[in-house]
Write a protein that binds this ligand. Structure first.
Ligand code: KIV
Length: 296
């Protein structure tokens, strides 16, 4: 059996050899940092979902999801933990490796982000670099870390060393105990601090910023102000540059009470792939989220 030739657009050209494709290459060009910046500049909404395993990663890619996040939400979704605090770097490496392998199997083109888990970057910038290296070597294109203020110098340190960084403000689940629960952040006077932290993170080189559970008006204002950093909302209204949801939530794989900001895309879809495609469409055409139902 002859090996099919590599597809020219399926992966950046590499002089170091490529794996033989296991299936048909995807039609779109790989999502890259310049493409994300271009989408942001043109006002094309960026779609993002979490992914924890190879099969769902490949399906989400096939559905046209722009970015996949190996979120430490896998602590709750896959490991049965009560928060993300107990997720280890080795667990993140394992899932990043699985998702990355799933994407490669289908010559996937999604931009792959992996969460630096709690305790893997707080100690020092050097610790953050060592942890980010583990995730990048597992196949991530970018790492995400939570918080503002002290994280700014860590972001700068990583970006200067060639590691793209996504920041995360608002509800930062790794500090849920300090925040006093899963509550909306940045209301009233706290909004000014959040804005200041977001600008500092952009100046430090963060190319993306997840805004979780913050008032829609604040997220929209920040999105307009941050021209070099694409905001990705989750419970932050429709005014952000893109949206992210936890995969299992948007597929209705959830036994408890669904967070207000989630829409179950399986409710009207005949299968998982059409549900994922519906999510991408709804993000792109701005019909998800609906601020009257999914935002504060
Ligand atoms: O861990 C995660 O899945 C996340 C998203 C909810 C943004 O950080």
């Amino acid at each position: 059996m002859s090996t099919p030739p590599p597809h020219p657009e399926a992966a950046p050209a590499s002089p170091y050899g490529t794996l033989p494709p296991a299936s048909q290459p995807a039609a779109r060009k790989p999502v890259s940092l310049p493409r994300i910046a271009d989408m942001h500049a043109r006002g094309e909404k960026i779609s993002m979902l979490t992914a924890y395993d190879a099969t769902f990663a490949a399906m989400a890619d096939a559905a046209g999801v722009d970015c996949l996040l190996v979120g430490d939400s896998l602590g709750m979704v896959c490991q049965g933990l009560s928060s993300t605090v107990g997720v280890s770097l080795d667990t993140m490496r394992y899932h990043t490796d699985s998702v990355s392998r799933g994407l490669r199997r289908v010559q996937g083109t999604a931009w792959l982000i992996a969460d630096l888990p709690f305790g893997s970057y707080q100690q020092s910038r050097e610790q953050a670099l060592a942890s980010a290296t583990v995730l990048m070597q597992a196949g991530a294109h970018m790492v995400k870390l939570e918080g503002g203020g002290w994280t700014t110098e860590t972001v700068r340190f990583l970006v200067e060393r060639g590691i793209p960084v996504c920041a995360h403000l608002g509800l930062t689940p790794q500090t849920v105990h300090a925040l006093g629960g899963y509550r909306v952040q940045g209301k009233g006077d706290a909004g000014a601090l959040l804005q200041q932290q977001a600008h500092a993170l952009q100046d430090a080189g963060a190319a993306m910023l997840v805004l979780e559970m913050v008032p829609a008006a604040l997220a929209a204002e920040l999105t307009t102000a941050l021209t070099r950093c694409a905001t990705i909302g989750i419970g932050a209204g429709r005014g952000t540059a893109g949206q992210v949801l936890v995969l299992h939530d948007m597929l209705g794989i959830h036994l408890g009470k669904m967070p207000k900001f989630v829409r179950n895309f399986m409710a009207d879809a005949p299968g998982v792939l059409p549900a994922l495609q519906a999510y991408v469409r709804a993000v792109k055409d701005g019909s998800f989220p609906d601020d009257r139902r999914h935002a504060w």
